[in-house]
Design a binder for this molecule. Sequence first.
Ligand SMILES: Nc1ncnc2c1ncn2[C@@H]1O[C@H](COP(=O)(O)OP(=O)(O)OP(=O)(O)O)[C@@H](O)[C@H]1O
Ligand SMILES: O=P(O)(O)OC[C@H]1O[C@H](OP(=O)(O)OP(=O)(O)O)[C@H](O)[C@@H]1O
Ligand SMILES: [Mg+2]
Length: 283
Amino acid sequence: MKTLKIAIQKSGRLNEKSVELLKNCGLNFENYKSSLISPVSNFPLEILFLRDDDIPEYVQDGIADLGIVGENVIRETEVKVSYLQRLGFGKCSLKIAVPNTNEIESLADLNGKSIATTYPVILGKFLKENNITADIRTISGSVEISPGLGLSDAICDLVSTGGTLKSNGLKPFADVMSSEAVLIGRAGSEDEDLVKELIQRIQSVLRAKETKYVVLNVLKDNLSAILALLPGVKSPSVIPLAEENWVAVHTVIPERDFWDRISQLKQAGAQGIVVMPIEKIIL
Ligand SMILES: Nc1ncnc2c1ncn2[C@@H]1O[C@H](COP(=O)(O)OP(=O)(O)OP(=O)(O)O)[C@@H](O)[C@H]1O
Ligand SMILES: O=P(O)(O)OC[C@H]1O[C@H](OP(=O)(O)OP(=O)(O)O)[C@H](O)[C@@H]1O
Ligand SMILES: [Mg+2]
């Protein structure tokens, strides 16, 4: 039987969440810090631990079948791979930022200016699309200090909390792209049975993360009002209680409007509400 290879970041922002996702899929492996490859004992899969910049090309060239990497890196390396699943972590934006004291106010003000970045390809395309001629200074890190050192007028780098920009006296100025970690595959790999199986497992973990399992008690007289508020995977389960005229309702509730839904349920007569995390939802 074929053994798949999946490439994930060896260390850095995406390593921990990538390992956690694969472990939550029920895959057993050692998160070796010293080794670059780790076999999975209960699925035909090997995990390659790589620098994130190398992951898209490894997948494009078929050295790895799958990879977990930020969309920003995929766009920068201009590879041809299949996007298989957005993963909901590593969320950030690539932005152009300028010193707080700078008088750059519109994109056109960037004409003739210099911009330091580790993303010359994405930035180059963005400037071209906006008819801006600027000097792109490609550096390999610590981009935020370059205006302070007199190396550039502006920067283009990843931002999430904005803390790094702030502490370097910079303000965000224009959004170039937003990004999150994605599962990518070699073109055509999405048709293979093992890849389909792994995607299904990943989706069941992601689905579970977005929902909570809820059990509540309600008087039979109030049941229809409660059911009108609940979706469930198919529909809620209703189970009689030992006490007459009462039932227990079991259901799942989306995380995003969880507290609104709970207060509506309480108003409709729900009591003894118990909320539990869900490990997996398999449709
Ligand atoms: N501040 C941030 N918040 C959220 N996600 C981020 C942030 N910065 C980067 N990312 C995402 O995490 C990915 C990895 O970031 P990291 O800083 O670990 O990369 P790196 O230093 O290039 O690592 P490597 O050593 O693997 O080359 C980025 O490509 C991006 O998709
Ligand atoms: O908006 P913030 O929350 O401050 O995050 C932004 C910072 O995060 C990333 O670097 P990281 O910390 O991953 O270090 P690196 O430059 O060594 O990759 C990015 O390059 C920014 O410097
Ligand atoms: Mg890198």
